[in-house]
Design a protein around this ligand. Structure first.
Ligand code: CP
Ligand code: NVA
Length: 321
């Protein structure tokens, strides 16, 4: 652990007042700087010196879906930075009775300093951002989960020391978590291979955009339907649930379609011996991941969950500070 005096805190000043809807809107330098800031804030916090950069600031947190990590880490993060957070369930707001999100954005801009929102539709969050005059932070939509990806990068750099030359294998559903991880990997120049069953590939437009970013940073983004190809020599093996929130009706079919994509001892035998297992959580043991892997010595999932706190403080401090 570095001494406090050694830590040169550098907020990502170009992000002041900006939204965080997707990491595609950020430069590679901004993403890398956020990850550095996250590790610095972690060190400071563990030494009892988290700077009170957000004193007097209030974050509204709107949720249309359940959450453990996002809700609590944002609330604790605001507290540690000297500000406050307010939990707002969408059904209790007038949006639950049909008030337009555009009006909600304009009204809340008069009360709050920023909004974190977990919503079903990414388009709804874009509309909120269009009308609100305060920063909007995406806490998960159907398309992206950028705060998760920042914590994922923080966890990788803390253990591997670099992103260059690393291979991340994302094996499972080409979903919101996958999309943000792909973009994040491209920004830091880390190779990523995504293996999904046929029909569950990530969005082609997001892949194309990530590939363009990766090319500039000297890395690759590859999509395959072969989990072994992805796992081969991987430094990081990542998965997420096969059925995301809101897809519950498809759960039985997905169990059939994702057969062969479970992260188990047989599959990780293809990865490097010191591979890291990551999962955004919540996890379904013996479904997308074997208990022996998620609870095994190569698993960093609880540290990854803790890093949500520090990665989000880096975002909050930069956009609201
Ligand atoms: N990983 C994640 O976003 O967890 P929650 O759904 O608990 O917030
Ligand atoms: N893909 C999952 C992530 C949960 C944090 C979902 O959207 O439900």
């Amino acid at each position: 652990m570095k001494l406090l005096e050694e830590v040169q805190l550098k907020l990502v000043s170009s992000l002041k007042g900006k939204d965080l809807l997707t990491l595609l809107d950020y430069t590679s330098e901004e993403v890398q700087d956020l990850v550095t800031l996250a590790t610095q804030l972690k060190t400071l916090t563990k030494n009892g010196h988290c700077p009170k950069i957000l004193e007097g600031k209030m974050l509204g947190m709107i949720f249309e879906k359940n959450s453990t990590r996002t809700r609590i880490s944002f609330e604790v993060g605001m507290h540690q930075l000297g500000g406050k957070a307010m939990y707002l369930h969408a059904r209790d707001l007038q949006i639950g009775r049909g008030e337009p999100i555009s009006d909600t954005g304009r009204v809340l801009s008069g009360y709050l300093d920023g909004i974190m929102i977990r919503a079903k539709s990414h388009a709804m969050v874009q509309e909120l951002a269009e009308y609100a005059t305060i920063p909007i932070i995406n806490g998960l939509t159907d398309l992206y989960h950028p705060c998760q990806a920042l914590a994922d990068l923080e966890t990788i750099i803390e253990h591997k020391g670099t992103f260059k030359g690393l291979k991340t294998a994302y094996i499972g559903d080409g979903n919101n978590v996958a999309h943000s991880l792909i973009v994040a990997a491209a920004h830091v120049g880390m190779d990523i291979v995504i293996a999904t069953p046929k029909g569950y590939e990530p969005d082609e437009i997001i892949i194309a955009k990530a590939q363009a970013i990766a090319a500039k940073n000297g890395s690759t983004v590859i999509v395959t339907n072969d989990p072994v190809e992805a796992a081969k020599d991987a430094d990081v093996v990542y998965t997420d649930v096969w059925t995301s929130m809101g897809q519950e009706e498809e759960a039985a079919q997905r169990l059939v379609d994702f057969k062969g994509f479970q992260i188990n001892d047989e599959l990780v035998a293809h990865a490097k011996p010191d591979y890291m297992f990551l999962h955004c959580l919540p996890a379904h043991r013996e479904e997308e991941v074997a208990t022996s892997v998620i609870d095994g010595p190569n698993s960093y999932v609880f540290e990854q969950a803790e890093n949500r706190l520090h990665a989000q403080k880096a975002v909050l401090a930069s956009v609201l500070g």
